[in-house]
Write a protein that binds this ligand. Structure first.
Ligand SMILES: [Zn+2]
Ligand SMILES: [Zn+2]
Length: 327
């Protein structure tokens, strides 16, 4: 990987007109992910223009020192963390990527929108990259393996580059059938922008009508959106980076995936990652009762309410198969 390396390319410098077009295309991708892949000198170099909002998201968290603290703002951040984490793990991952249960078209769109509010792009992009991760896990072709790449690349570097930007439509034909999902995937930025505006408006209303809460519009924006989103992001992608390095191995999978109880708690169940690589088709990733998998409990509750159906279990023979020899 060529991230952050000194400029050692041998190509002639880009002509000014071509460089301007390239920056224009990078900026256009903020709003419309359908903008073509463009002509980049190095597909593995960070596209700083495109990822400027992502950097801004992190910098905006520093505003906590100006806006101050209230319990209401903190609990808003926690609630939005939990709800959006569930949308990512239950739907982006276990539904869109692995089809481990069934949902109506309306339900899949609703959770696609909720997932998009987490600023992890749209469900098609997410699922396509994830399916390729399982196909090539921890080989050179796995774009976010911490075994064959650096920790930084496995955690976040991989999608900051032009190579990580496009969606591999070939691996998601089942999802490409839905025009509403294609539209959401193309303009996914609209969702987090709407959430940020909504939080700001809510904070403004509370400032006027419920001053006893001690919160205001800037607090809800900074805590509820920026802080919550940045923490949610780094915890989510730690499954790509940390859960392929730290933890124990129950199953002799071909990759380096690990089970990690702490990651399972903070990701609502995704930390049972060695289980998951062993049998990705199951709606549950904690394979035993003591492996806490909060997403699975949420999916069970949704199934009991008939909001989703046909949760796929772990077959007994898979649960007992291919145990790691004295790991
Ligand atoms: Zn993995
Ligand atoms: Zn998976």
């Amino acid at each position: 990987m060529a991230l952050l390396r000194p400029d050692t390319r041998t190509d002639p410098p880009a002509a000014p007109g071509r460089a301007t077009r390239r920056i224009g295309a990078s900026l256009s991708r903020w709003f419309d992910t359908g903008t073509g892949a463009g002509t980049h000198v190095d597909p593995d170099r960070i596209d700083w223009w495109r990822v400027a909002p992502f950097i801004g998201l992190h910098l905006a968290c520093l505003a906590v020192f100006w806006v101050g603290f209230s319990w209401f703002a903190l609990w808003t951040a926690v609630a939005l963390y939990l709800i959006r984490m569930f949308a990512i793990t239950g739907f982006y991952h276990r539904y869109f990527s692995h089809k481990s249960f069934k949902a109506s078209r309306a339900m899949q769109f609703a959770f696609g929108v909720l997932g998009a509010s987490a600023v992890q792009r749209g469900p098609l992009w997410w699922a396509a990259h994830h399916r390729n991760h399982h196909r090539h896990a921890d080989t050179q072709a796995d774009v976010h393996s911490p075994v064959t790449k650096s920790f930084f690349v496995s955690h976040m570097g991989w999608f900051l580059t032009p190579r990580g930007f496009p969606t591999d439509h070939a691996v998601i034909p089942d999802l490409m059938r839905y025009p509403e999902l294609r539209w959401l995937d193309r303009f996914d930025l609209l969702v987090p922008v709407a959430l940020a505006v909504g939080l700001f408006a809510l904070g403004w209303l509370l400032e006027i009508h419920a001053p006893g809460l001690g919160t205001d519009r800037w607090q809800l924006l900074v805590w509820g959106f920026f802080v919550s989103t940045v923490v949610l992001f780094h915890v989510s992608v730690s499954i790509n980076s940390l859960a392929h390095r730290w933890g124990t191995r129950r199953y002799a999978t071909a990759d380096n995936s690990r089970n990690n109880a702490l990651l399972a708690l903070v990701t609502l169940g995704e930390g049972w990652h060695n289980n998951h690589h062993h049998y990705p088709g199951s709606a549950r990733q904690g394979f035993h009762w003591w492996e806490i998998d909060i997403t699975y409990y949420g999916l069970r509750a949704m199934a009991a309410l008939r909001l989703i159906r046909d949760l796929r279990p772990v077959p007994e023979k898979m649960r007992n198969a291919r145990l790691e020899a004295a790991a």
